[in-house]
Design a protein around this ligand. Structure first.
Ligand code: ADP
Length: 170
């Protein structure tokens, strides 16, 4: 509809935010007038960073982007969150075939819940497609270099957190 602000929601765990996420955010922001990045408060996986830390991290990493971006925590059903934000679009990133099955099923179920909101899939730059937060954490825990997968500031956050955990474990 003419004159209506097009709002998109990009949900995720962002534990931590990677260059893959950043690329999807940059691409997604071009498709909407305002992008709401939804940071989940209740991930099934136990996160390395608290929701407050992930919110602050995503916010900080998006500061330099020339786009209307808001970062919001959410713990509700995605469709309810998207509706509450006034979004017409949910953005998801698709990596290889591995993501497809899950995303396909979720998009289908979400259509049942609310068919006014469309799920739009984006692919990151080919060089960034293999990046996953889970692997970034694994590599860092085994002292591998994560510089190619996250920004320098996020790299420091991850290394500090892992050092803290090691210290706490004695
Ligand atoms: P992850 O799956 O890495 O733990 P999230 O749960 O935070 O990350 O993912 C949020 C969204 O970002 C999902 O749609 C996921 O498929 C997408 N995404 C994550 N990493 C990439 C990437 N390297 N390329 C494309 N999409 C990605």
């Amino acid at each position: 509809m003419a004159g209506q602000v097009r709002i998109g929601v990009y949900p995720g765990t962002f534990d931590p935010i990677t260059l893959g996420h950043m690329d999807i955010i940059r691409r997604g922001a071009k498709l909407v007038d305002k992008l709401v990045i939804g940071v989940t408060t209740n991930p099934s996986k136990s996160p390395l960073f608290t929701v407050e830390e992930r919110l602050a991290m995503v916010q900080r990493e998006c500061e330099g982007l020339d786009a209307d971006i808001e970062v919001v925590a959410f713990g509700s059903l995605l469709m309810h969150f998207a509706e509450q934000q006034g979004a017409g679009i949910i953005l998801r990133g698709l990596r290889a075939v591995a993501d497809f099955e899950y995303e396909y099923q979720m998009a289908g179920m979400n259509q049942y819940l609310n068919d006014r909101i469309e799920t739009v899939f984006l692919m990151a730059d080919v060089s960034l497609q293999p990046i996953a937060s889970r692997l970034v954490k694994e590599i860092a825990m085994f002292d591998g270099d994560i510089a190619k997968f996250v920004t320098p500031t996020v790299r420091v956050d991850v290394l500090e957190r892992i050092a803290e955990q090691r210290q706490a474990a004695g």
